[in-house]
Design a protein around this ligand. Structure first.
Ligand SMILES: Cc1cc2nc3c(=O)[nH]c(=O)nc-3n(C[C@H](O)[C@H](O)[C@H](O)COP(=O)(O)OP(=O)(O)OC[C@H]3O[C@@H](n4cnc5c(N)ncnc54)[C@H](O)[C@@H]3O)c2cc1C
Length: 385
């Protein structure tokens, strides 16, 4: 039997926490995961039918350069869990206003050797009959993107981790963390470890003041829909699509591999409490409906199957940087910020595990996770783990 390199408590069983556990187990650590609900928890940001992954990263070019490795981490994870919960494909962007998007994407995709090209506007009505053409200025196809299937990933990863010896504590809400002692209190009991990783998603500010200045929960509405009959086939064959405009701003995931058509809002509310109600009101849905009418033809003829409230954790400023920082001498905080937490989850978990294992310095890990390293510096962070 291999000797454990130490015991780590992970708080939170979303993609960040489970990925960190996965990277730690592979390095020979003993891991305990505390989750306030069931595992996986339907109230987690990570719990959904699909998530987008891509190389085209808009103005966040630092993250664009991390994406090839993020894709590789997922392939490694799929190998371990024995299922590839991923549907590769192109991602199409529909631009309606002068948004700062094309130049940085062209630069990053070219540097990464990934293909992208413009779609003639005249082709849109036939290729994308669901798209509203009014106001369209540019359509761009970016390759090497696709859909991840999170519920399946979380479930299989939980099984894999359980089989690998991770001690799961479900329905165990951590009430307090002592970052110097390495203890957590849950259900009235104190548990001790060599290190504690807080991966508590939209609840992070309830457990630590460390990132309260930079991170805020964001209540978001999404809708699952059935399209009008004449658009059913077009949606079945559709790619992932993102509409970028000042008034519009939505993303859509087509119904593939047993999932439903989903449309979500690209604008963050930066408001709400993840412990609060999850009932989508007319007010929650107002902006999404307005934006969707600008992006999709005949949107009022779609039938709503479910209106869902979920939470992102986002930065208070527009930087959208992951907050990955040591807290005290024994704790780490791992907080995804914005809409890229799922696609980068396994890579960020790997980064935190590498820092705990002493493979990278704390400062370098924080800078790397924030997407603030040059491509050369980031490449040097590829750890053996
Ligand atoms: C609608 C929507 C669409 C998105 N689209 C994309 C996308 O297309 N691509 C992409 O990459 N990302 C996307 N994201 C972002 C991504 O889903 C999140 O960034 C990511 O899932 C966050 O993972 P996490 O593990 O940090 O948080 P979570 O998944 O929320 O996990 C945190 C866990 O910690 C638990 N917890 C909290 N506090 C405690 C406590 N005190 N004790 C015990 N347990 C606790 C929670 O119950 C939860 O299970 C989207 C998010 C949303 C909401």
């Amino acid at each position: 039997m291999t000797k454990s390199r130490g015991h780590v408590i992970v708080v939170g069983a979303g993609i960040a926490g489970l990925s960190t556990a996965w990277a730690l187990i592979r390095r020979g650590f003993r891991v305990s995961v505390f989750e306030q609900g069931p595992i996986p928890n339907p109230r987690a940001s990570s719990y959904d039918e699909h998530r987008i992954t891509r190389h085209a990263y808009g103005t966040l070019e630092g993250y664009g350069h991390l994406m090839p490795r993020a894709f590789r981490m997922y392939e490694r994870l799929f190998q371990d869990i024995g299922a590839r919960h991923f549907l590769p494909g192109s991602l199409f962007y529909f631009l309606r206003d002068p948004v700062d998007w094309y130049e940085p994407v062209a630069r990053t995709m070219t540097a990464l050797g990934k293909r992208f090209h413009e779609v003639p506007l005249a082709d849109v009505p036939e290729r994308f009959p669901m798209i509203e053409t009014k106001g369209l200025t540019q359509v761009v196809e970016t390759e090497e993107a696709g859909m991840l299937f999170p519920i399946r990933i979380l479930t299989d990863l939980t099984v894999w981790l359980g089989n690998a010896g991770v001690a799961f504590h479900a329905d165990a809400r951590v009430e307090a963390v002592d970052p110097e002692a390495g203890t957590v209190v849950a259900n009235g009991e104190t548990h001790r470890a060599d290190r504690v990783v807080i991966a508590a998603g939209a609840w992070v500010n309830k457990l630590t003041p460390l990132v309260a200045d930079s991170v805020v929960p964001s209540r978001q509405a999404v809708m699952y829909l059935t399209p009008p009959a004449e658009l059913v086939d077009a949606w079945k064959n559709a790619p992932v699509m993102i509409d970028l405009g000042t008034e519009s701003g939505t993303y859509s995931l087509p119904p593939k591999n047993g999932t439903r058509l989903k449309i979500g809002d690209h604008v963050f509310t930066r408001a709400g409490d993840a412990d609060g109600d999850r009932i989508a009101t007319a007010a929650d849905l107002a902006r999404l409906n307005r934006a969707a009418r600008l992006a999709y033809r005949d949107f009022d003829r779609y039938r709503v199957i479910e209106r869902k409230i979920c939470f992102y954790t986002v930065t208070r400023d527009p930087s959208e940087e992951f907050q990955v920082r040591p807290w005290g001498s024994r704790a780490w905080v791992l907080s995804a910020c914005s809409g890229h937490g799922f696609k980068l989850g396994p890579l960020m978990g790997e980064g935190v595990a590498a820092a705990i294992a002493g493979e990278a310095s704390d400062e370098a890990t924080t800078k790397w996770a924030a997407g603030r390293m040059s491509p050369e510096e980031a490449a040097a962070m590829e750890h053996a783990g």
